[in-house]
Design a protein around this ligand. Structure first.
Ligand code: NI
Length: 173
């Protein structure tokens, strides 16, 4: 397994629509393992392939609490089948928007379909934090970041700060 560099916004590679995976093979399985290792190292609770520069519809998630056994989820070509009318708000963060957080409101429960690591179709229901993380990661597959769900004013403040931090980093190198 290997740690992968995580892209930081603003970056055009975070704004593209990722392509479906035709088949879950060893290359995709290795990508998912590397993504999980990268996510745990960060640490984070979800990661989407476009965040590591791979424009394919693959996400990994683990919402196990500290001290609990890991519960890694590997999802390929995830599709939302149903969203609850009930909404839930979480203070979201993202490895591609480091050190920035904002309240985002999304459907509280979802049902989805995806391929698992064995290339088998699975359906899954999720609520609470897991539902939020899955929706956040699936957004990445369509080039959507959590800041796209908040007011343009707040979004621009965060993106400007990140752009400035990138410039300062580039000058420091
Ligand atoms: Ni994210």
């Amino acid at each position: 397994m290997a740690l992968l560099p995580v892209l930081v916004a603003p970056d055009p590679r975070l704004k593209i629509k990722a392509k479906p995976v035709p088949q879950v093979d060893d290359t995709v399985r290795r990508l998912m393992d590397d993504m999980l290792e990268t996510m745990y190292e960060a640490p984070g609770i979800g990661l989407a392939a476009p965040q590591v520069g791979r424009p394919v519809r693959v996400i990994v998630v683990d919402v196990a609490r500290e001290g609990e056994a890991p519960q890694p989820l590997r999802l390929v070509n995830p599709e939302i089948l149903w969203r609850s009318e009930e909404l839930a708000t979480y203070n979201e963060g993202c490895l591609s928007l480091p050190e920035h957080y904002a309240d985002v409101t999304r459907p509280a429960e979802i049902r989805l379909r995806c391929l698992d690591e064995r290339n088998e179709t699975r359906e899954m229901e999720a609520k609470g934090l897991l539902a939020t993380v899955l929706q956040h990661e699936m957004d990445h597959l369509d080039g959507v970041l959590f800041v796209d769900h908040i007011s343009p004013l707040k979004r621009n403040i965060i993106l400007r700060k990140l752009a400035k931090a990138k410039r300062l980093n580039a000058e420091a190198v």
